[in-house]
Every structure is written in C-alpha cells, then in structure tokens.
Write a protein that binds this ligand. Structure first.
Ligand SMILES: Cc1cc2nc3c(=O)[nH]c(=O)nc-3n(C[C@H](O)[C@H](O)[C@H](O)COP(=O)(O)OP(=O)(O)OC[C@H]3O[C@@H](n4cnc5c(N)ncnc54)[C@H](O)[C@@H]3O)c2cc1C
Ligand SMILES: *[C@@H]1O[C@H](CO)[C@@H](O)[C@H](O)[C@H]1NC(C)=O
Ligand SMILES: *[C@@H]1O[C@H](CO)[C@@H](O)[C@H](O)[C@H]1NC(C)=O
Ligand SMILES: *[C@@H]1O[C@H](CO)[C@@H](O)[C@H](O)[C@H]1NC(C)=O
Ligand SMILES: *[C@@H]1O[C@H](CO)[C@@H](O)[C@H](O)[C@H]1NC(C)=O
Ligand SMILES: *[C@@H]1O[C@H](CO)[C@@H](O)[C@H](O)[C@H]1NC(C)=O
Ligand SMILES: *[C@@H]1O[C@H](CO)[C@@H](O)[C@H](O)[C@H]1NC(C)=O
Ligand SMILES: *[C@@H]1O[C@H](CO)[C@@H](O)[C@H](O)[C@H]1NC(C)=O
Ligand SMILES: *[C@@H]1O[C@H](CO)[C@@H](O)[C@H](O)[C@H]1NC(C)=O
Ligand SMILES: *[C@@H]1O[C@H](CO)[C@@H](O)[C@H](O)[C@H]1NC(C)=O
Length: 625
C-alpha cells in the first residue's frame, strides 16, 4: 500500500486507498488531485495571470527570440513575478539553490569541515539525488563547482545548474512551472534524481521542476487493459520513486518489477521513458515495455492520463521516446511479475599470470555463449579494464544474473565457457549463489556504483544478433572489443536481450529488439587540459573507437541514457525507424519546444552555447540558425 503523503488531507488518502485496493481502474494519488484550476489565478491582474495560464490560441511571444530568455534580457521575469510563481506554488520555489561544494570556496558559506565531509562522499549518488540541483555528471554541468580536492573549479559558479527550482509535489506545481516557462520563454528543465549521464537534468539559468518527492506507491491486484491485452497485478508509482523503493514494495507483495540495477536510479522518471534495461530484461523486455499508464502534465499545461485509450499517441511516445520531451510525468503504472528464485555469480580474472593471449582467448570463448545466455533469459554485467601502467587487463563479472534459474541450471549454462577457462589455465574462482528471490539476489549482487566522473564520457552500441551468427562475425566483434581495450578504453558490457514478449507497440529503439550485447566504452582526457584539447580527444573517440563499433554493426543503435552527447546522427542511433514518428509527435505535443534536453527528440533545433565550447549545460540555449 502507498503511504499517506505528508500534508494531505486524509479524505484524499482514503479515496486513493479504497479505489486502488479494489480491482477497478486505479485512480489518482491524493496529491494528483491537486491540479491547476481557474480560481487559482482569479485574484491576479490579467497580465500577470496570463503568465501562469494554460495554453491559449495565441502562441507565446517568446517563440520568436533566438535564445530562450535569460537574466539581463528585457523579457526576463522580474523578482516580483518570480515571487508570484513562488506564492502560486505554495511557497515551493527554491531561489538559486547553492551548489553543494560552495562550502569549499571562499565566501560566506566557506566551511572546511563540511567541505571535507562532502569530498569524502562525493562519488556516492546519495549525496546528489536528494539535492534540488546536483547532477551526477559534472562534465555535463560544466565543472564549475566541485570539491577542490577532486577538481579545482577555482571560482565556484552556478554553471549548468538551474536558477530556480520548483520542489513539486502536485500536478498544480508542475502545471504552473510549465505554463510559466512557455509563456515567458525561460528555459525549463526537469530533474528527478540527476543520474543522467548526458546532463539532461540541468541547464544554466533555467527553471527546474524537481520530481523527487512524488513518492507514492500503490499495489493493484488486477489491472485490466483489454487493448494492451494485460490482466494482472500492477504497481502505480510516483515519478520520484527509486529502484530500491519499488523493489522493496514489490517484494512485500511477492512481486518483482522491471527496473535498473543501480539502487538509486529514478525508475519512474528518466529510466522508464527512455527504454530502460534491467536484470529482468532478457525475460520481460525493457522498462518502457511494462508501462500501462502515465499521468502527465503536457506542454500546454494540461494534466492528462496517457494510456492505451486516452491519448494513445502520447502513450506511445512516452514509452521509449525519452524524458523531458513530451511532458512531466507524475506517476506511472507498470506490470508486476511474480517473485522467482534467482542464481547470481560474481568473479574476475586478469592477464597478470597468464599473459595477454591467454587472457584474450578466455574472453573470446565467452563471446560464443552470448546468444545462448541471453536466449536463456539471463543478464550479464561485466567490465574489461585496462591498466596502462602495468599492461594488465582485468575482466570483472559483476554479476551474472539468472532469474528463475536454479544453481544447477546456471552452472550448466556457464559450463562451456568455464571449461574453456580451466583448459586455458585461467584462475577465476566464481562465487555462484542461489537466492529465493530476485530481490535478495539483487540486494547482494549489485554494489553501489560511483558517480561524478570528472574526465570521462561513455559511448555505447547495441550489438545485434547478427554480430554473433557466424564464427567470422564473432571473431570480428571480439577483435574490435580487444582493440578498444588496447586503446585504453574502460568497457562495460551487458549481455542481454530485450525482446518484447507482450508485443508492446511503443517508441523503444528497435535496435533493442535485436540486441545481444549492449556495450559501452569510455574516453578519458587530462582533466587540466584546455577545452580545445578535450574536444579534440572527444571527437577522435567518436571518429575512432566508436566509429569502429558502428562500422561492424550497420543500422544498429545506441542507448539514449548511456551514450555520448557527441553521438552522431543521434535520432537514428537512439530511436531508429521510430524517429520520424517521434518528431511528428514532438511537433504535435510540444509545438513551442517548451521541453528540451540535449539529444532528445527534436533537440537538433537548439544548441547550448556553452561558455567553454565543450558539450555541456553551462551556457544559453539558442536556436540553431
Ligand atoms: C549509477 C547508475 C546506474 C544506472 N543503471 C541503469 C540500468 O541498470 N539500466 C538503465 O537502463 N539505465 C541505467 N542508468 C541510466 C539511467 O536510466 C538514466 O540515467 C536515467 O535517465 C535516470 O533517470 P532519473 O529520472 O533517475 O534521472 P534524471 O537525471 O533526474 O532524469 C533523466 C532524464 O529524464 C527526465 N525526467 C526525469 N523525470 C522526469 C519526469 N517525471 N517527467 C519527464 N521527464 C523526466 C530529465 O529531465 C532528464 O532528461 C544508470 C545510471 C547511473 C548513474
Ligand atoms: C568568479 O565568478 C563571478 C561570478 O560569475 C565573477 O563575477 C568573478 O569575476 C569571477 N572571479 C574570477 C576570479 O574569475
Ligand atoms: C521539498 O519538499 C519536500 C516535501 O515537502 C520536503 O520534505 C523537502 O524538505 C523540500 N526540499 C527543499 C530543499 O525545500
Ligand atoms: C485510460 O484512461 C482513461 C482516462 O483516465 C480511463 O477512463 C480508462 O479507464 C483508462 N484505461 C485503463 C485500461 O485503465
Ligand atoms: C594500475 O595498476 C597499478 C599497480 O597495481 C595501480 O596502482 C593503479 O591504481 C592501477 N590503475 C588503475 C587505473 O586501475
Ligand atoms: C599486453 O598488452 C598490453 C597492451 O597492448 C601491453 O602493454 C603489455 O605489454 C602486454 N603484456 C605482455 C606481457 O605482453
Ligand atoms: C520460470 O520458470 C518456470 C518453471 O520452469 C516457468 O514455468 C516460467 O514460465 C518461468 N518464468 C519466466 C518468466 O520465464
Ligand atoms: C558469495 O556470495 C554470497 C552472496 O553474495 C555472499 O554472501 C558470500 O559471502 C560470498 N562468498 C564468498 C566466499 O565470497
Ligand atoms: C582522469 O581522472 C582520474 C581520476 O581523477 C585521474 O586519476 C587521471 O589522472 C585523469 N586522467 C587524466 C589523463 O588526467
Ligand atoms: C590539475 O591541476 C591542479 C592544480 O590546479 C593540480 O593540483 C593537479 O595535480 C592537476 N591534475 C593533473 C591530473 O594534472
């Protein structure tokens, strides 16, 4: 059962609780009943009210300016106007929330002991997701305020951080923010947890809508949608619900849901709108494939349900088209699946004792198992880590995850590869453990990952089945992976498939449907280099190692949430044949580009003119001429 949200009258709560406990169509959460109504604006003079009103037939004036509206522009709202927004949003407007590392720099908030504490925990997502502005990618933020022992920003500035944040808890707050941005031309961003690797949850001098406190969860015994062809258990969860919260709630009902591996990822914000892969994806498809319904505030300021019969085109676009593009979601209803036994294995080996050729023969042998393992419903998350100073390569399986499989079944799957590793004399000591539930297996198999990389970016490729069909194709793929390691790329791979058992008709990248190996490689640069040097290295990564990966997988794609801002032709890469329809729906649902995020659908019309010329959020968002 959901919890009663703080500050809401119990009558709302009771209504939600009763309806959600029955088999009826789920109704809105208590906070979702609070929507913008005419009377909210009635007391205001009409010229002020018009800044907060839903879309009228008149296009907003600001659509003619070259850039969004910024401080210093005559059209920038006055302090009184911002105060009006604050009042209308129940005093939930945060004005210039300080970057956390402000405590590390000269100024009234300088506090060396706080700075030391912050520095020690900086790479933990727990420092960043509860903050109204922090983004987990400082590279995309513009590197303007980090703890100096991590990176000396010299002069802590706001950089790519927003200027105002609505700490939203109701659709009304979001509707007011969306209307205000559309009517004034101020840049709008949406932050949930800030996990986005590309910086899509920030933007300099913008107004941000922060969805973190949409935390309700309700279990629905039997959700029926005849059009989708689903009849079964479901969860309705607020947009701010994170992986560990929904997994715990599901486990209490003897269920599992499809979500990301990282415990702090916002499953019902960016993850689920962008596709989303999961330890359960080889069994049930992507995160987007699970969605039965969204509640969403659209660019015109309306709060609507998007499901199979209510705005089905918006429903299609929201399931894979990416966050911050078609609206601000307040809650999502997803399929729930039965709990299952799970077997998970963790192990690693290096080239140190056996040498390069034997090490790589061990990796090559693994490539032969990818199709079988993905088709068996398993998930493997592994890394290939080069060390230039020692010349040693490390393979790290973290973990091999086999939902619904016994220990014996899992051992049988791994046996051909393990036999080969033993023949090669590679020591690897696998810890293979059986768990009664996906939840227990997940909790003990996925360590918290570090965030806030200061000199790295990752590019990715969805390698299709075609890359594994013949010995020659497997050799070719293997050689390209080895080459990347020899070029000092840290690599992260997911051996998964994302077939869609329910045949959901949605906008998920069709390249996922062919996927056998989702591969990422990182480019790093000297953190103290000039912008020109950094840009050169980043471009060479795209024309070099990334291009090699594209060349051997023609027509395949990349995953929009784990990708490089410099991915060329990103519309094709992230959405393939769905891109033209997504562009049409963007024009229909957001004709004035109220929503923008870099590399999102339709974003090629705009560019952040960053102050250092690097691909980051520290600059004005302007039209591409
Ligand atoms: C440590 C870590 C582990 C990860 N693990 C996985 C994984 O296992 N599988 C996987 O597929 N991905 C994974 N990711 C990538 C993750 O899916 C993306 O970063 C995703 O965008 C996170 O969504 P969020 O809402 O938490 O983040 P945010 O950065 O807050 O938002 C991401 C994007 O979605 C938009 N958005 C957020 N909420 C809303 C909303 N309510 N309405 C409209 N737009 C919204 C934002 O504007 C932004 O564009 C991981 C990332 C990290 C850093
Ligand atoms: C630091 O940043 C502030 C605000 O942008 C600016 O006014 C000041 O000139 C900067 N100082 C230095 C030394 O760069
Ligand atoms: C945001 O709102 C939540 C819920 O009301 C509250 O607990 C939290 O303290 C607020 N955060 C900030 C920074 O205002
Ligand atoms: C879809 O949403 C509409 C409008 O809220 C609602 O009437 C309908 O019952 C919903 N469909 C399902 C299957 O829940
Ligand atoms: C490379 O190996 C050396 C020696 O073992 C170690 O000190 C260093 O941290 C390693 N570098 C990386 C990037 O792992
Ligand atoms: C293994 O390969 C790496 C990278 O190509 C190289 O630096 C190293 O010297 C090689 N090690 C041995 C033992 O040949
Ligand atoms: C899990 O295993 C059982 C028994 O083999 C099987 O009936 C069921 O279909 C499996 N579930 C999934 C989702 O594959
Ligand atoms: C093996 O993994 C299990 C589950 O993660 C853990 O409890 C156990 O301590 C591990 N055993 C060893 C020897 O590392
Ligand atoms: C990249 O960052 C890491 C971690 O801070 C650092 O050890 C490394 O030296 C940096 N690389 C370069 C080339 O600056
Ligand atoms: C980057 O410059 C800072 C001084 O600004 C220095 O302390 C640090 O060691 C340098 N880092 C690298 C990787 O060169």
């Amino acid at each position: 059962m959901g919890r009663r949200p703080p500050g809401f009258p119990s009558a709302f709560w009771l209504a939600t609780f009763l309806a959600a406990s029955s088999n009826a169509t789920p109704i809105l959460f208590g906070p979702e009943l609070i929507q913008l109504v005419d009377s909210n604006l009635k007391a205001l003079p009409s010229n002020v009210a018009s800044l907060f009103s839903p879309e009228s037939s008149q296009p907003p004036n600001a659509i003619t300016s070259r850039c969004k509206i910024y401080p210093g522009d005559p059209a920038w709202p006055s302090d009184e106007t911002w105060a009006q927004l604050n009042e209308l949003t129940d005093n939930r407007l945060l004005v210039k929330p300080q970057p956390q590392a402000t405590v590390c720099y000269n100024g009234p908030q300088y506090d060396p002991s706080k700075c030391a504490q912050l520095t020690a925990k900086w790479s933990s997502s727990y420092i960043h997701f509860p903050d109204p502005i922090e983004m987990m990618s400082p590279v995309a933020q513009g590197m303007t305020c980090l703890p100096p022992n991590i990176f000396d920003s010299h002069n802590c500035t706001r950089g790519g951080f927003p200027m105002y944040v609505i700490n939203a808890t109701t659709p009304k707050h979001i509707q007011l923010g969306v209307n205000f941005a559309r009517n004034t031309g101020v840049r709008l961003v949406v932050k949930n947890t800030g996990h986005d690797f590309l910086g899509k949850s920030g933007g300099a001098d913008s107004l941000s809508i922060w969805t973190h406190y949409f935390k309700d969860i309700t279990y629905i015994e039997n959700f029926v949608d005849k059009k989708i062809g689903y009849s079964g258990p479901a969860f309705k969860a607020g947009a701010g619900v994170q992986a560990l919260e929904i997994y715990k709630a599901a486990s209490e009902k003897g269920r599992t849901v499809v979500g990301g591996e990282g415990e702090t990822v916002g499953i019902f914000g960016g993850y689920i709108q962008g596709g989303g892969h999961s330890p359960l994806t080889s069994l049930y498809g992507t995160g987007s494939d699970q969605v039965l319904s969204f509640e969403v505030v659209t660019a015109n300021g309306k709060f609507v349900t998007a499901n199979s019969t209510s705005y089905p085109d918006l429903f299609w676009a929201l399931r894979g088209g990416g966050g911050s593009t078609f609206g601000v979601v307040t809650s999502v209803t997803v399929k729930a699946h039965p709990e299952m036994q799970t077997t998970a294995a963790r192990f690693s080996f290096t080239s140190e004792k056996v040498g390069n050729e034997t090490f790589w023969a061990g990796i090559r042998a693994y490539v032969d198992s990818f199709v079988t393992n993905a088709d068996a419903g398993t998930y493997a998350y592994f890394m290939l880590i080069p060390n230039v100073s020692t010349g040693i390569f490390t393979f790290n399986m973290s973990p091999f995850f086999a939902p619904n499989k016994t220990l014996e079944e899992t051992q049988t799957l791994l046996e051909p590869w393990f036999t080969r590793l033993n023949e090669l004399g590679i020591e690897f000591n696998p810890n293979i453990s059986h768990f009664d539930s996906v939840y227990e297996a997940w909790k003990s198999s996925f360590p918290l990952e570090s965030v806030e990389k200061i000199n790295a970016t990752t590019g990715s490729r969805l390698f299709p089945r075609a890359n594994f069909e013949t010995e020659r194709k497997r050799d070719e793929l293997f050689q390209n992976i080895r080459q990347s390691s020899e070029n000092n790329r840290v690599q992260v791979h997911f051996n998964i498939k994302a077939v869609d058992p329910a045949n959901a008709d949605n906008s998920v990248n069709p390249a996922w449907r062919q996927n056998i190996l989702f591969s990422q490689q990182a480019v790093r640069w000297p953190v103290n280099g000039t912008a020109e040097e950094t840009l050169k290295i980043r471009k060479e990564f795209q024309t070099g190692d990334m291009q090699r990966w594209r060349n051997i997988s023609p027509g395949a794609g990349s995953y929009l949430a784990e990708a490089d801002r410099l991915e060329p032709n990103f519309g094709q890469a992230f959405w393939g044949s769905n891109y033209p329809r997504l562009l049409k729906l963007k024009a229909k649902w957001d004709p004035y580009d109220v929503f923008f995020a870099t590399t999102s659908v339709g974003s090629e019309r705009w560019k952040v003119e960053s102050v250092d010329g690097l691909p980051n959020e520290n600059g004005k968002l302007c039209r591409v001429q």
